[in-house]
Design a protein around this ligand. Structure first.
Ligand code: AMP
Ligand code: MG
Length: 339
């Protein structure tokens, strides 16, 4: 018998791209398990169907490990949440199918969660930020967002590829590898520390939006010309792209007059980006927050927690409305849990 909503257990499934993650949160916001298994392509970028195959293969093992870590049985679960979008179709569908099956088997409610909102909500939960301007930067998304009038609004976003994708493609072309499961962006960050000379790259901010594809092409051309040290190119790529997203975040902060910045998503692990944003926060008398490393990259815990926020406000997703939404924007969703 559940005494209060805070005692609910929600299991969250994340499968938007390369990571298959499962986490469990209590209704009170305690993350009691978070397990992930990432697909690493043998060569090139993420192949959606290969990644989906990976997710199906590792799903039962990741689910079992999550329950063991949480110290509960599947029959103790009260809710199942899953990433309904945005993301890669085959990957999303694999996660959704697993979520529907578990919810039906246990006869408990299903909740479809927006992946981008989940990155913001786990950042807020873990840092205690209340109403931040958020810079969400990952392998698939680059969004500057803040809450206003019932929804998270998009103040700026990428017009083409995501920041993490830009760093990953450059790193891969430069011969950096996913060594010991270290992400490509982290390998680039390490090399950038040895960079000394800033090489000029296109700085593309259009209004409040950013664009990385031309900049990436220019960086790849310089790489192929072998005129500069790789360390200097890594350094310059970071400085240029990070300055672009920082500029837009700063303008969103100045416009909204909010008092907190939140950095979230896989690229939030980057120390240089953290430092640049912390300076902006300081200039504006705002508090700077970074999501903890274990919740920076895609994970199931953030889906579980956001599912709970929704459920506590009366939101469930009936089966017939549980189809995945590949381009589901965060500004299309009413957020009843924020006043
Ligand atoms: P996500 O899409 O949220 O799972 O995050 C994955 C992205 O984060 C990939 O593009 C990674 O290369 C990137 N990433 C992870 N660690 C770092 C880092 N230290 N610096 C820059 N990018 C990173
Ligand atoms: Mg990922």
């Amino acid at each position: 018998m559940i005494n209060s909503l805070n005692e609910l257990y929600c299991l969250g499934i994340e499968s938007t791209a390369d990571d298959f993650g499962v986490g469990i949160s209590t209704g009170g916001g305690k993350i009691i398990a978070n397990v992930s298994n990432g697909y690493i392509p043998e060569e090139g970028g993420i192949h959606p169907r290969e990644a989906a195959r990976h997710h199906a293969k590792v799903a039962s093992e990741v689910l079992s490990k999550t329950l063991v870590q949480a110290g509960i049985k599947s029959s103790d679960l009260d809710l199942i949440a899953f990433s309904q979008g945005p993301g890669l179709g085959p990957c999303l569908r694999t996660g959704a199918t697993i979520a529907r099956a578990i919810a039906a088997y246990l006869n408990i409610p299903l909740i479809g969660v927006n992946h981008s909102i989940a990155h913001i909500e786990i950042g807020k939960l873990e840092t205690n930020a209340k109403d931040p301007v958020t810079l969400y930067v990952s392998g698939g998304n680059t969004i500057i967002s803040a809450f206003n009038s019932g929804r998270y609004r998009v103040f700026g976003e990428t017009l083409d590829i995501a920041l993490g994708n830009c760093l990953d493609v450059f790193s891969r072309e430069a011969g950096l590898k996913h060594e010991r499961r270290i992400p490509l962006g982290a390998a680039l960050e390490k090399l950038a520390l040895e960079g000394k000379n800033l090489v000029s790259l296109p700085y593309v901010v259009k209004g409040m939006d950013v664009s990385f594809s031309g900049l990436l092409t220019a960086a790849l051309n310089l790489l192929n010309q072998k005129r500069y040290r790789l360390q200097d190119l890594c350094y310059s790529l970071q400085e240029t792209t990070f300055a672009m997203v920082c500029e837009v975040t700063e303008r969103a902060l100045a416009h909204t007059e909010k008092k907190e910045i939140l950095l979230t998503g896989g690229v939030a692990a980057n120390k240089r980006l953290q430092y640049m944003l912390s300076l902006i926060a300081k200039d504006h008398g705002a508090r700077f927050n970074t999501v903890p490393l274990k919740f920076a990259t895609d994970n199931g815990a953030m889906i579980a927690w956001t599912g709970l926020l929704a459920y506590k406000n009366g939101i469930v997703t009936p089966n017939e409305k549980s189809m995945v939404k590949l381009k589901w924007r965060l500004d299309r969703i009413d957020i009843p849990w924020i006043n």
